[in-house]
Design a binder for this molecule. Structure first.
Ligand code: C2E
Ligand code: CA
Ligand code: CA
Length: 945
């Protein structure tokens, strides 16, 4: 068993009790509820619920059993009380005469009255031929010795002889209400069962269905019957129940729903319950317990899956459903489902789920605070070791903390800085007393801003500050990232000078020439004057270079530059275009004659012999002249025309030539590369190569970078380094980038369609980051190919970002709002600050290949890479290392926790066909995920064990 498998088994073992544990609460709830249910603890609630159920679905009586009521009206009308028994005899006779089938009499005939009265009743009963039923009932009475005994009262023997006997005993529930009734009482049927018929006399005790409405029982007044004042149709073929309803007679019984009903009514309702097939029984204990278990575990599972709020709603619905189902069952069948236990199951399950949830929340809080502490430690580490100075202040400007880098930058110890006003560090902030002032002066939340920093009392330095406001526990803290940019500024100045001057001669270069000529065009356009542009190309210079070496060639060029300076005036501009090509602007040359004059002078200066290292050298030259506005009104066209003229002068060996449209034939030279490029984009001379990016954790390809190449019809294969600059200068870069984006997204959709889940990266030129159209362009491209924005990575070089940080930030922010990812390319070659990168919300840092390729040779490089990875991770960015050429470098990067690698080790940039091949067949390819990679044991984690 491998170590992995072992730990797996162990965790499974520890999971098992955990899985059992999670059902514990539900089991406890079930046991508890079942116990109180069985002990009868829920009877009261169940009774209330079932009593209520009767009100939901009222039913009428059958009408077969008619109540002959000894009502207040009868008592009043018949005046004599107690009634002589002949009254009853009269009633029996009248009812039988009218066709009554049965007469049940709920009147106590156990004691004797006057003999003649008893005889009259006896005769009436005899005449009824067994159709009269008389009541028997148990009674508590006092025995001779004074003790209480239960004795049965039955009618006198002479009445009993010709009548049937039925028990009228009822037994109330503990709460005094009558809910249940039996069909037999010892040897006799109960009154209701006797009336219902022999089929019903052997049933168990049942519950009376109080949904049968007492007022729907047909009722006749005793007095009316006796006096014969009734409709015989109301009696004919029906059964009769004679009994008292008058409250004065005291025969009132407490029942559910109707509070009290007269004694005979209980027997009528019980009779109706029997004949309507509604003899109700509670659901048996077995099914009941089953439902409790089912419900508890069901609810437990449900509440586990739902949120707190959803659970509460679910519990409400479950309660209604249980009640609804119980009542529905009761309406359809004579079964009372006692719901109290089930309702309790729902409620308790919900309570348990709430308790469990709050428990889990407490646990989560503990983990969260641990996580926060861990992050805190990491953040502190970053702050301590940050190359940037970090200063935090209170809203008043009082410094709260400084990191070591800040102390170094300001040349002061912590005790000197902390507690003092930030104005001591930045004199410009000295007046900021309010949080608003401070926020404004610090440019909080904006792109990095330059301030003067104070070092000690003597010196000051330019500082780049990016500040943010942190709200913490109702407290505002300003954080400023500070960087001493003295060196950067100097460097930039030098760079700017270098960028605009020729290193060898110190003359302006093409860039500065371009600026100058633009200025002069503007002036000339205003004053409607002319001026001349000359282009000088040396003859035989190549020979000097080739025979005497570059060194001599360079010295010669220096000399020529000096001489040129002597022939032209102050206001003229001389530039070196590279090689042996010079250009001159003559702002005061009003016509070709002026220009030719100066040109001749220049030529003679150049052709005069030079003394160099005791050698005498002679070179010739040709000059082409173009006039503004005659030959062109733009820098490019003027230079192009001068170029053509110079070419002609050289061909004709005339020394000097003025541009002539006639002679402007198809010379390769004036097919400027920019025109070529534009055509290249339009006519699909460009192709995209793809280079994979590999996830170093699982060694699988995650993305591919699109890299453009130019298949020139004449010059053949051209690498981007040779034309991207040109494209940027001439503005073709916009079309080029759109072309690349379009092709890359199209290709991506093809890969996705064939099941390769990779992302594509496209390079964004620096120029485009100052161009807001780019956002539209990207979103159009995504829409056109229906691409998920998350699959597109835009690589932006660090230098591009720093050229104009605030615009670049605005554009990248807009781009990342589209959902595409931003990768900072060539990271390490520029000067981007920690604070700026944080605000930029870049997703990825691409460490420049110069650091990666030399990582093993130079310990400094490893430190840079290591700290960059730490920094990027702390800021939530992924790190890509480009230029991974060897397995050793790859392993080291993996150890340094680098996320992604790119380089020749994995693959060179490939055309689509080769890339497809690579995808399916290389060990890093996407289609091999299920297989064990072969051929690279050093990086195969499985084989280590
Ligand atoms: P980049 O974006 O830094 O691209 C990486 C360059 O490094 C590529 O050169 C690639 O071939 C090369 N490279 C990759 N792995 C290794 C390695 O292991 N060792 C070495 N020595 N080199 C490696 P490529 O294709 O010549 O591209 C050069 C630059 O041209 C790119 O640098 C990028 O800035 C620019 N570029 C390429 N395509 C485009 C494009 O479509 N648009 C724009 N704006 N620029 C592009
Ligand atoms: Ca790139
Ligand atoms: Ca790069």
């Amino acid at each position: 068993m491998t170590i992995d498998a072992e730990t797996n088994a162990a965790s499974r073992r520890s999971l098992l009790p955990q899985r059992v544990m999670q059902f514990l609460p539900a089991a406890a709830v079930t046991t508890f509820i079942t116990a109180i249910y069985l002990l009868g603890g829920l009877v009261v609630v169940d009774n209330k619920l079932s009593d209520f159920s009767f009100t939901l679905n009222p039913r009428p009586a059958s009408g077969n059993l008619v109540l002959v009521a000894i009502d207040p009206k009868s008592i009043e009308k018949l005046e004599i009380w107690p009634w002589p028994r002949r009254f009853h005899a009269q009633v029996i006779d009248n009812l039988l005469a009218a066709g009554a089938t049965q007469i049940a009499i709920d009147i106590d005939f156990s004691a004797r009255s006057r003999p003649e009265e008893d005889r009259i009743l006896q005769d009436a009963v005899r005449r009824s031929e067994g159709r009269v039923t008389l009541p028997a009932f148990s009674q508590l009475s006092r025995a001779d010795d004074g003790s209480r005994i239960l004795s049965e009262s039955v009618p006198l023997p002479e009445f009993r002889q010709h009548a049937r006997l039925a028990s009228v005993n009822v037994r109330p529930d503990p709460d005094g209400l009558i809910r249940r009734i039996s069909t037999r009482d010892a040897d006799k049927p109960t009154l209701s069962a006797a009336l219902a018929g022999s089929n019903f006399q052997n049933m168990e005790e049942f519950r009376i269905d109080y949904s049968i409405v007492p007022s729907s029982v047909p009722r006749l007044s005793y007095a009316d019957i006796m006096e014969g004042q009734f409709d015989p149709a109301a009696v004919s073929g029906k059964m009769m129940m004679i009994g008292s309803t008058a409250v004065e007679l005291g025969d009132q019984l407490a029942v559910p729903v109707y509070q009290t009903v007269p004694g005979p009514m209980i027997h009528i309702l019980a009779y109706e319950t029997l004949v309507q097939g509604r003899a109700l029984h509670s659901l048996a204990t077995g099914p009941m317990v089953f439902f409790i278990i089912l419900l508890t575990f069901g609810m437990d599972a449900l509440f586990r899956a739902l949120s707190w709020r959803q659970s509460a709603i679910g519990a409400g619905i479950a309660l209604c459903a249980v009640l609804g189902a119980a009542y529905a069952v009761q309406a359809l069948a004579p079964v009372i489902v006692d719901t109290a236990a089930m309702l309790l199951a729902v409620i308790l399950s919900f309570v348990v789920s709430v308790i469990r949830r709050s428990d889990q929340q407490a646990i989560r809080l503990v983990f969260q605070s641990l996580d926060i502490r861990r992050r805190d430690i990491m953040m502190r580490h970053v702050v301590e070791h940050s190359f940037d100075g970090i200063v935090t202040t209170a809203p008043s400007g009082i410094v709260l903390s400084v990191n070591p880098a800040a102390m170094k930058i300001f040349g002061q110890g912590e005790t000197n800085i902390v507690g003092g006003h930030i104005g001591k560090l930045f004199p410009e902030l000295a007046g900021s007393e309010t949080p608003e002032q401070l926020a404004r002066q610090l440019h909080v939340g904006e792109a990095p801003h330059e301030l003067r920093g104070q070092r000690g009392t003597q010196s000051s330095f330019p500082a780049e500050v990016s500040a943010s406001r942190v709200e913490q526990d109702d407290q505002t803290v300003f954080t400023a990232f500070v960087r001493d940019i003295t060196e950067r500024k100097q460097q930039r100045q030098t760079l700017e000078h270098q960028a605009r001057h020729d290193a060898l001669t110190g003359l302006p270069n093409r860039v500065m020439f371009q600026e100058r000529i633009s200025e002069i065009i503007a002036q000339a356009a205003q004053s409607e004057s002319s001026f001349a542009v000359l282009l000088l190309d040396l003859d035989r210079f190549k020979e000097v270079n080739d025979t005497l070496g570059h060194h001599m060639g360079d010295r010669l060029l220096e000399q020529i530059a000096i001489r040129l300076g002597t022939v032209v005036s102050e206001t003229d501009t001389i530039a070196r275009f590279g090689g042996d090509e010079f250009a001159v602007i003559l702002p005061s040359a009003r016509n070709t004659a002026d220009a030719s004059d100066t040109s001749r002078r220049i030529l003679s200066a150049v052709t005069a012999p030079f003394e160099l290292a005791s050698l005498t050298l002679e070179v010739g030259g040709s000059i082409g002249i173009a006039m503004y506005p005659e030959h062109g009104d733009e820098p490019e066209s003027l230079v192009k025309c001068a170029d053509v003229a110079m070419y002609i002068a050289k061909a004709a060996q005339t020394g000097v030539a003025v541009y002539d449209v006639e002679k402007d034939v198809n010379s390769v030279r004036y097919l400027t590369l920019s025109g070529d490029l534009r055509r290249a984009v339009a006519e699909d001379e460009l192709v995209l190569f793809y280079q994979p990016k590999i996830n170093l954790k699982d060694q699988r390809v995650v993305a591919t970078e699109a890299l453009v190449r130019w298949i020139h019809p004449v010059h053949g294969f051209i690498f981007p380094d040779d034309f991207i600059d040109k494209a940027e200068q001439t503005g073709v870069i916009r079309e080029l980038t759109y072309w690349v984006l379009d092709k890359a997204l199209e290709q991506l959709s093809r890969w996705h369609a064939s099941g390769h889940t990779i992302d594509v990266a496209v390079n964004m030129s620096a120029r485009l980051l100052n161009d807001r159209h780019i956002v539209e362009m990207v979103s159009d491209g995504l829409a056109k190919w229906n691409t998920d924005p998350a699959s597109l990575i835009l690589e932006v070089t660090e230098n591009a970002l720093m050229a104009d940080p605030s615009t670049a930030m605005a554009v990248t922010t807009a781009l990342s709002e589209l959902g595409v990812r931003i990768s900072v390319d060539d990271f390490g070659t520029g000067y981007s600050s920690l604070g700026y990168l944080k605000d930029l919300q870049a997703d990825e840092l691409k460490i420049d290949k110069s650091f990666v390729m030399a990582i093993l040779e130079d310990a400094g490089n490893e430190t840079i890479v290591r700290s960059t990875i730490g920094l990027a991770h702390a800021l939530g960015m992924k790190v890509v290392a480009e230029g991974v050429e060897t397995t050793e470098i790859c392993d080291l990067l993996e150890n340094l926790n680098c996320d992604v690698g790119q380089g020749y080790l994995f693959s060179k940039p490939l055309n689509v066909a080769d890339f497809d091949e690579w995808l399916t067949h290389s060990e890093w390819g996407v289609n091999l995920t299920s297989q064990t990679p072969v051929g690279n044991p050093a990086r195969d984690p499985v084989s280590v064990a």
